[in-house]
Design a protein around this ligand. Structure first.
Ligand code: IPE
Ligand code: IPE
Ligand code: MG
Length: 246
């Protein structure tokens, strides 16, 4: 039986987050430049977006470029930004066809003007789509997101619009970039690295973590379905006993 056939559509995670890692090593293994890996990574993105929409996942959030990634060699950063612009342009028709709503989280102001403009336009065009919400984390840092939320709340307190004692988990979450999304139930990281790299630290408090040694350009729809099947075998206890949740 294929992994897709093993999926219980009644127990799907609503939100899957992915740390797409390993493009550089994939290219290096083929004797090519790192940028070649990023180009091939886009094919995996397309595949996984379609797969997620197909089974009915509602939110897919892809770690596309971290705040820390700005520190990479200028050549690579420029190539990634150009790839982003080119890809959005090319994929918009497909997003419309698949009823995908595009969204971003992160410091979008940090992106080159052209990339920010293309993204804003694609977000506008796809805003009435009702299928999968595809969120690209771009120039994203979870700690910065948390600090920004704290600052916003502090300003409201300072202005007398809010009392400090009114700040609770829900209000805090409402001030994050992800305010209108449920927390991810499943976080996937490719490339054999076992770390979070400043991704959705608040939101993954109770996510199931799935690590695979596959490099991102090799990660395709069947791998995504395999991760979902693995997730569905787990018992999510949220601090309770096994007896309590069964
Ligand atoms: C992930 O692949 C893509 C980005 C971080 C932009 P990497 O570029 O990190 O590839 P490795 O980890 O060096 O192999
Ligand atoms: C995390 O990958 C960021 C993205 C996938 C966009 P990195 O390759 O930048 O993370 P580290 O450096 O291995 O922690
Ligand atoms: Mg990496």
């Amino acid at each position: 039986m294929s992994y897709k056939e093993q999926i219980d559509t009644l127990k799907l995670p609503q939100h899957v987050a992915i740390i797409m890692d390993g493009n550089g090593r994939w290219a290096k293994g083929k004797g090519k430049l790192r940028v070649f890996g990023h180009h091939n990574g886009v094919i995996s993105v397309r595949d996984v977006v379609e797969a997620a929409g197909e089974i009915g996942v509602k939110y897919l959030t892809l770690y596309t470029f971290s705040s820390e990634n700005w520190n990479r060699p200028k050549f690579e950063v420029t190539a990634i930004m150009e790839l982003l612009i080119g890809t959005i342009n090319k994929e918009i028709a497909k997003l419309m066809e698949n009823n995908v709503r595009l969204n971003t989280i992160g410091d979008i102001n940090m992106l080159p003007t052209k990339a920010a403009r293309e993204l804003t336009e694609a977000i506008r065009k796809t805003s009435s789509n009702t299928g999968l919400t595809l969120t690209l984390a771009l120039s994203y840092s979870s700690r910065r997101e948390i600090v920004a939320a704290a600052r916003q709340l502090a300003e409201k307190v300072q202005q007398g619009l809010l009392k400090a004692e009114d700040i609770d988990e829900q209000l805090f979450a409402d001030n994050l970039y992800t305010a209108d999304m449920p927390d991810p139930e499943l976080l996937i990281r490719t490339s054999g690295e076992y770390r979070i790299s400043n991704y959705m630290l608040w939101q993954i408090a109770y996510a199931e973590l799935y690590f695979t040694s596959k490099l991102w350009p090799d990660f395709r729809r069947e791998d995504f379905f395999e991760a979902i099947v693995d997730y569905q075998k787990r018992e999510r206890r949220f601090g309770k006993t096994s007896e309590q949740v069964n």
